[in-house]
Ligand binder design. Structure first.
Ligand code: FE
Ligand code: FE
Ligand code: FE
Length: 164
């Protein structure tokens, strides 16, 4: 077996998150349609726009390492998105739906934060400053999205879920 190095890990991780982002891009409109509150709908729609930019940033990172932008199936994001679809289905028309959707979306953001955090460290180690900058921009967007979701939960979704 060929010796694999940090460069190979970086490429592999990039393919994983590229697959994940495109999966998320397809899931977010469903989450937006399902959400009951206008604020949560708007949050999902806004993050879909951001996600389009994140996909483009990843394409730039692939360019930096001279590789084709190609995803690799990420079973983790497939599972996390599937759990979100279960919430949509099982809590449909219930007062707990939005709280459940916030939780499902935070699982997605936390997966992304884990991946981008690691990829950024590896890019630093590899001395790829432009890649570090691109990955960091997205990492910050994911962290901000996670914080916004917490705010929406605190601002009403959790209380509404409890009330009934
Ligand atoms: Fe993302
Ligand atoms: Fe993965
Ligand atoms: Fe995200």
């Amino acid at each position: 077996m060929a010796t694999k190095t940090l460069n190979d890990l970086f490429h592999d991780g990039l393919r994983d998150i590229y697959y994940a982002e495109r999966k998320i891009l397809k899931a977010l409109p469903k989450m937006a349609r399902g959400a009951q509150s206008e604020q949560l709908k708007a949050a999902f729609e806004q993050h879909k726009e951001e996600t389009e930019g994140q996909v483009e940033r990843l394409q730039k990172v692939f360019e930096i390492i001279g590789k084709a932008a190609r995803g690799k199936t990420c079973p983790a994001i497939d599972g996390i998105v599937e759990e979100g679809e279960e919430i949509l289905d099982e809590f449909k028309e219930s007062p707990a739906l939005d709280a459940g959707l916030v939780g499902a979306a935070q699982a997605v953001e936390h997966y992304e934060i884990a991946r981008y955090g690691t990829l950024k460290r590896w890019a630093q180690e590899l001395g790829m400053n432009d890649a570090v900058r691109l990955l960091d921009e997205t990492l910050k967007e994911e962290m901000k999205t996670d914080e916004n979701l917490t705010k929406l939960a605190d601002a009403g979704a959790n209380r509404k879920a409890k009330a009934a």
